[in-house]
Design a protein around this ligand. Structure first.
Ligand SMILES: [Zn+2]
Length: 275
């Protein structure tokens, strides 16, 4: 599932390609996306038809497309969603569910085989009021040690669960939580409110370092993720623990361990990340 670095990489590649273009057509497949909810075709047309795309922003794992009338298209990739900017003449991939035809001969395409993605439109200035966005916690790239310490102090949950909760810090998932905890030397089951001040500071730095590094590598492609031009990321070759069960820890050589909790894997080094 794409996490913050993948969505940020997508945002940058799309911004270079479609900002400034005008939308001259909106097509939807008619098939529902996440939670069987239909794509709001009328709202998408009202928000984007005959409008110019003026910016593409990111909030946590959401992509926000701003139009010159102030309306905002909000996109979540779910598990397998992609947003591609492609020449209109190239065939649409299977599982294309929304197409914005642009005045420069290209199309902006939302493709999603498993249909866990989500798209909606918000009126000018109203996107932050969407229930999905209103519940989001701190933006990890601008997280301060003080804010992180305050968030940690009010919970007794395990570190992995705390970091996965989008209401605390928004945008992290399985990959970057495992990586950040490894870099900070914190056990995934450690209790959030019991971290030392030094560990909190290390964790904040590790989160920022892991995300910035992944953005510099244009994201992690394990299965589906590609940027707006269909290119895979390179960060999968730079992971320290994620997906490396039984392989030696890059720091100490101890075999990396994997634990599964509610269907999600956590990878850690039992020697570098003591409880
Ligand atoms: Zn180790």
């Amino acid at each position: 599932m794409p996490e913050l670095p993948e969505v940020e990489t997508l945002r940058r590649s799309l911004a270079r390609r479609v900002v400034g273009a005008r939308v001259i057509g909106v097509w939807t497949s008619g098939l529902p996306l996440r939670l069987q909810r239909p794509v709001p075709a009328r709202a998408l047309r009202r928000a984007s038809l005959d409008r110019r795309i003026v910016a593409i922003r990111r909030v946590a794992k959401y992509l926000l497309v701003d139009t010159d009338a102030g309306d905002v298209i909000v996109i979540h990739l779910g598990m397998t969603g992609r947003v591609l900017a492609a020449a209109a003449a190239t065939p649409r991939p299977p599982h294309t569910h929304v197409v914005w035809t642009l005045d420069d001969g290209r199309e902006l395409r939302f493709v999603d085989p498993r249909r866990f993605g989500w798209i909606t439109a918000a009126r000018p200035g109203k996107e932050a009021e969407l229930p999905e966005l209103r519940v989001l916690g701190a933006e990890p790239l601008s997280l301060t040690v003080e804010r992180l310490a305050a968030l940690l102090a009010r919970t007794r949950r395990a570190m992995k669960a705390f970091l996965m909760d989008q209401g605390n810090i928004a945008g992290l998932g399985n990959i970057y939580v495992s990586e950040a905890l490894f870099l900070a030397g914190i056990h995934p089951a450690a209790r959030a409110d019991r971290l030392s001040a030094g560990a909190v500071a290390r964790l904040r730095d590790a989160i920022v370092q892991v995300l910035r590094g992944a953005i510099a590598n244009r994201g992690t492609t394990l299965r589906d993720y590609v940027d707006g031009a269909g290119r895979r990321g390179r960060n999968q070759f730079r992971l320290h623990v994620y997906g490396r069960e039984e392989l030696p820890c890059p720091r100490c050589g101890t075999p990396i361990r994997r634990v599964v909790d509610s269907g999600r894997s956590t990878f850690f080094c039992p020697a570098c990340q003591k409880r």
